[in-house]
Design a protein around this ligand. Structure first.
Ligand code: FAD
Ligand code: SIN
Length: 537
């Protein structure tokens, strides 16, 4: 089946939906999303959106905090754009109906939270369920717009690009690469559809599932980076994987985050004996930048041999805790942890991909007609370590910028005919009887990425990981074209490629900076390495 649309948006989180709502003013929008439409990291975001709203805050302070967190690799022009455009984007969410937590007698003042690395209170939030509220409203507005069609359980496989069409003799060769949409698996009907589009937007989120322990939902398999890279898009800074310091440690809890806002409200990290330890590592103690807190916990655990550390907020009193963190309170209670009385067992887990598809200041990749926004993109905002709650903000700012720029691109090309794309050719592929190979490779990748390419790296571990991933890539190449594609097989192919990109970027960077800490090069080297790591085919 073939769908023709002006804009193809891949992903229905904050980035994809914000783009779709703006783009729908100038054309038809098809949004494909690989699970239910609300399922993505956005829906689980807790802390909130960092933006300057208080009298005692300023753009300059938010810029300074972001630059410091990024450890020398942020692009200052991009940081300025995001910080300065941020408040207007947050106001637009409010105008759409998002209910942020407010305070004051008349409830007219936004309640601003605090998180690690922020010198001021500036996190706009909806209690500890900010993402769910934002996603709810964006989906409501999208449902009201006749120009937007959302396709659930539709997973993008690969882009349709000019060079693919040239190889099949459909269009003449020219030098630059152009994207004309994507092949998409309709998961419910096991059918591969062709989505032909003049503008394609990658908004597929992150890649936490590349690691054994992660705060991310199951959709986070780095599909956008893998799909873009295979098509020739440039990829940057994949070595900078952010580990969130505090995910719930409990055998039955899967991927549950304990927001950094808990530390922002006075939560203290302690060891098994009740001793605080962050003062040994950084003057900002429990509110130091995230890379430092995660690494400090890792060191404490390695020294003590314990399985977790603890986060204690009980001293703030039951009324405050249950009112400020109702979701965290209720979820922990399900596991018999009463956070108003007990310290919460926590460990670091893979949380955020600072690298991604390299984009210019309007979200454009190096492929014509292909944009990337949200967590899948590397805009230059985060540098070597993202400042807490800057991600939802970045997605909002770049969704709008990309929508404005791509509307111009669409207007300029609207009368040009679309190429005829061939239907997906399954060749001689058959149903796989070897799904055990797929699940084995999934587990193996996630395990060695955790052990060898985690918070603390060495050349030896990285080299081992490279050998393992190269073997797995060979195996995947052998069987990929023999089997009919399924979601599991496609995701395996993507996490394998993303793992390889992370390992290769980590091996390239011969220093320690931000989230990339290599014991063989423990210092920062501003002379040779104050630059992005950029790779492409
Ligand atoms: P997502 O919201 O992850 O959406 C990705 C979409 O792409 C999904 O719809 C998915 O189904 C779809 N998709 C993926 N692959 C394909 C494919 N191949 N084909 C079709 N569709 C596909 N950041 C903050 O700034 N503040 C916070 O408080 C905060 N809290 C967080 C808490 C948690 C638990 C997590 C996991 C992250 C948090 N983050 C936070 C990070 C932030 O939530 C994400 O970076 C952000 O939501 C990403 O938005 P996105 O639109 O790029 O991707
Ligand atoms: C959190 O609430 O701790 C997550 C914030 C973020 O990842 O930006």
């Amino acid at each position: 089946m073939e769908i023709v649309t002006d804009y193809l948006v891949i992903g229905s989180g904050i980035a994809g939906l914000s783009f779709a709502l703006q783009a729908a003013k100038t054309g038809t929008v098809a949004v494909v999303t690989k699970k239910e439409k609300a399922e993505g990291s956005t829906n689980y975001a807790q802390g909130g959106i960092a933006s300057v709203f208080s009298q005692d805050d300023s753009f300059e302070m938010h810029i300074k905090d972001t630059l410091e967190s990024g450890d020398g690799l942020c692009h200052e022009d991009i940081v300025r754009i995001v910080v300065e455009e941020g408040p207007a984007r947050v106001q637009e969410l409010i105008a759409m109906g998002v209910q942020f937590t407010r305070r004051g007698e008349t409830q007219d003042v936004l309640d601003l939270g605090r998180e690690g690395g922020h010198s001021k209170r500036r996190i706009v939030h909806t209690k500890d369920l900010t993402g769910r509220e934002v996603e709810r409203i964006l989906l409501e507005r999208a449902a009201e717009d006749d120009h937007i069609q959302i396709y659930e359980n539709h997973m993008a496989i690969d882009l349709i690009t000019k060079s693919k069409l040239i190889r099949r003799g459909i269009i003449r060769s020219e030098r630059s690469e152009t994207c004309w949409g994507a092949y998409v698996l309709d998961i419910d009907h096991a059918e591969i559809m062709t989505f032909l589009a003049r503008i394609t937007v990658m908004s597929t989120g992150g890649a936490g599932k590349v690691y054994r322990y992660t705060s991310n939902p199951d959709i986070a398999t780095g599909d956008g980076v893998a799909i873009g890279y295979r098509a020739g898009a440039k990829v940057a800074n994949m070595e900078f994987v952010q580990f969130h310091p505090t995910c719930l440690y409990h055998p039955l809890a899967k991927n549950f985050l304990i927001s950094e806002a808990v530390r922002g409200e006075g939560g203290l990290l302690i060891d098994r004996k009740g001793n605080r330890f962050m003062e040994k590592y950084h003057p900002l103690k429990d509110l130091a930048f995230r890379d430092i807190v995660a690494r400090s916990i890792d060191m404490e655990l390695k020294k003590s041999g314990d399985e977790c550390v603890y986060l204690d907020i009980s001293h703030r009193g039951a009324a405050f805790v249950t009112d400020t963190f109702p979701h965290i309170y209720k979820t922990c209670l399900k596991y018999q942890i009463d956070i108003t009385k007990d310290p919460i067992p926590v460990v670091p887990a893979a949380h955020y991909m600072c690298g991604g598809l390299l984009t210019a200041p309007y979200g454009k990749t190096n492929l014509d007609q292909l944009y990337a926004i949200g967590e899948v993109a590397s805009t230059g905002l985060h540098g070597a370590n993202r400042l807490a709650s800057n991600s939802l903000l970045e997605a909002l700012v770049f969704a709008r910028r990309a929508a404005l720029r791509s509307a111009d691109e669409l207007a300029a090309k609207k009368d040009e005919p679309l190429p005829k794309a061939p239907q997906w050719d399954p060749g001689s592929a058959t149903d796989s009887e070897e799904m055990v190979v797929v699940s084995h490779n999934w587990d193996e990748i996630r395990r060695f990425m955790w052990n060898y390419v985690g918070i603390v790296r060495t050349n030896k571990r990285l080299t081992r990981a490279r050998t393992r991933i190269e073997n797995i890539q060979e195996e995947i190449k052998e069987y990929y074209w023999d089997f009919l594609v399924t979601q599991d097989l496609l995701e395996l192919r993507n996490i394998a490629l993303v793992a390889q990109l992370i390992i290769n970027c980590a091996l390239l960077r011969k220093e320690s900076r931000g989230l990339h800490f290599n014991l063989d090069y423990p210092s920062k080297d501003n002379i040779h390495w104050r630059q992005d790591t950029i790779v492409w085919i």
